[in-house]
Design a protein around this ligand. Structure first.
Ligand code: FAD
Length: 290
């Protein structure tokens, strides 16, 4: 049986209390949300925090709502809540398409959106999704709040810009960033239902006057820097979304990503997958415009 090293446990009753507890226990303390990523790592002794600060009762950073033209997702919102949120699916089909293929109902009922992002696992689906959506993350810390673009939140595998003593409060997605509603889609290949991605791609497009005014392409488990296919986005921006361009954007993304060989497949296969999924996700997103 795998047993974690011993640790202290405190339950926070408010965000201010959680921040105070993080200060009190110092840099070896971490928050625990759903625990679906943290607890397995602790049992494997890959993580050995000295104190767990439980944030499950923090209603201040839970729930999902629309405010000032943005979809606001509390860090403590569960996967199942996002999947059940009609407004989220209506504005951003990419969110529902990704959530439908994340794990199983047991994980989705408990695992949180904030935990997914803060884990920064290269195979985590929502990191690429929120990078494609150009979401903003509100970080809460002892010196107040700061906002970080999702694209700047990830600094490497399992690493984010969160400093010790900070926590993620909410994720904000502009509903009409450039004045035009975005269209979106998510494409994932996994070995069996609910498995981690072999590779996956999220695409978000805004078409104005027949050209792509803005494009977001997020790659999951395919070795893209900060989860983004920036070169393919640059290639498409300002151009009409015709079929040849979408295929070429896939080829560009495939050339620039750096997938790793593992039990899910060799590099060449994953690179091919990246190209194919980028084109498919873009094609479906463009098909939803208007
Ligand atoms: C069997 C299984 C299958 C899975 N399959 C998939 C899949 O297909 N796709 C996918 O994307 N994910 C998958 N997951 C991962 C799952 O989505 C995440 O484990 C889960 O959502 C993480 O959220 P959590 O609330 O459990 O985080 P926790 O495990 O509680 O925390 C994870 C990390 O984030 C930190 N953290 C949590 N919340 C905050 C916060 N608000 N502020 C600062 N730091 C925070 C914790 O300190 C910890 O370091 C799977 C997990 C399991 C167990």
């Amino acid at each position: 049986m795998q047993v974690p090293a011993s640790f202290q446990y405190r339950k926070a009753t408010s965000v201010a209390h959680a921040l105070a507890l993080l200060q009190e226990y110092g840099p070896e303390s971490v928050v625990i949300a759903g625990g679906h990523s943290l607890l397995p790592m602790m049992k494997l002794r890959l993580a050995h925090p000295e104190a767990l600060i439980d944030i499950n009762e923090l209603d201040e950073i839970a729930g999902i709502h629309v405010e000032d033209g943005e979809l606001v997702i509390g860090a403590m919102a569960r996967h199942a809540e996002l999947l059940a949120c009609a407004e989220a699916g209506e504005h951003f089909p990419i969110l529902h398409e990704a959530e439908r293929v994340i794990a199983d109902p047991i994980v989705r009922n408990r695992g949180t959106i904030g935990g997914s992002l803060c884990q920064a696992d290269p195979s985590e689906d929502l990191s690429a999704v929120f990078a494609a959506l150009r979401a903003n993350l509100v970080v809460r810390g002892p010196d107040g709040d700061r906002t970080v673009a999702a694209r700047d939140f990830f600094v490497g595998p399992y690493q984010t810009v969160l400093a010790p003593g900070e926590l993620l409060g909410e994720i904000r997605v502009p509903i009409t960033a450039g004045g035009t509603p975005a269209a979106s889609a998510y494409e994932k290949v996994d070995r069996r239902a609910g498995d981690w991605a072999v590779g996956a791609v999220g695409a978000v497009v805004e078409v104005v006057g027949g050209v792509l005014a803005q494009v977001g392409i997020g790659l999951t488990a395919l070795g893209a820097e900060r989860f983004v296919a920036a070169e393919a986005e640059d290639f498409l921006r300002g151009e009409p979304p015709d079929e040849e361009r979408l295929v070429e954007a896939g080829a560009i993304a495939a050339r620039h990503c750096r997938p790793a060989a593992d039990q899910r497949g060799p590099v060449d296969y994953k690179r091919h997958l990246a190209g194919e999924l980028v084109t498919r996700a873009l094609r479906r997103a463009v098909g939803r415009v208007g």
